[in-house]
Design a protein around this ligand. Sequence first.
Ligand SMILES: [Zn+2]
Length: 346
Amino acid sequence: MLAIVGALGTSACASGSSGGPAPAPGPAPALEPASIDSAYDADVQRDAALKDAEDLRVVAAEARAANSGRPRSILPFGVTWAPVPEEGSAFGIRVLERPSGRRPTALQGEFAGLPIRFGKLDGAWFGLAAVPIDTGPDQELVLRFEFDDGTTHEQKLPIVVESRSFASSQLSVAPKYSSPSAEALERIGRERTLIRSVLDTASAEWLIDTEFRAPRPMTITSPYGQARLFNGELRSRHTGLDLKGADGDPVRASARGRVLIAQDLYFSGNGIYLDHGRGVYTGYFHLSRILVSVGEVVEAGQLIGEVGSTGRVTGPHLHWSLWVAGNSLDAGSLLEMTVPLEESTP
Ligand SMILES: [Zn+2]
């Protein structure tokens, strides 16, 4: 596997400092075998089937029907997700509470060994799972429910991760970027520390209130995950998605969030980090202008900056990044998620 040394944000986040709460201490509870009974089948539906509120009501009704005649406390909960999990991407998971069922007070999740920080969003549980590059195909989603009487329940679900191939590319940049000086390395180190520390203070609750959207029209000039050789030297994978743009073109917030960082960074140039809550961050880099300040809450689609060519770049474009559970992932996967909005409350 390639060493990822290029993008500042990736290195900063790779510490996992922005990840979810640690799983409960002590030995993991014994897991039930992943038996799939009829109730389970009815509950587990792909988000693809959930195009609108009507579909959601159908699923809820099916879940109710499948569970009729059972004691109220019998689980599992209904789980839906989108998009199809793929190496290098994130996917959104919704957990539906049955109207007649028990209401958990907390939900923690895990996928491929990484935490999922579920939070209530308009009445439904919602969390993003990270699928880093090199995640194998056969994975398991683990959901741990806690109830106010102190009892817990664990639900497991096998999920297949699709593999993806990543191209490589040669780039020529100024030597100061492929072989930073001692002074530059010191600056890079300071910036990593800064990013790590602000990500630690990120919001425990969801700040989003719409689905995610693209910060610019989705004309991709360089895809996520591309292996990069700078001046012939293998240095990194492309940790973001490059979108076409000319100097001064608008850059908009992918979703509602709080500005964590808005400043010039060594590799990233003028960059903005947005905290969307629950360990999910997006980044916007190489900007010619930053139009927001640290601490400000920006709305989905709000103009936050302008395309530029600051930092380690070969020309103007927007480098758009996503981090979930401390992993840098393909931000494009955000656009295929179904975020629960007001229709979710049964
Ligand atoms: Zn880029």
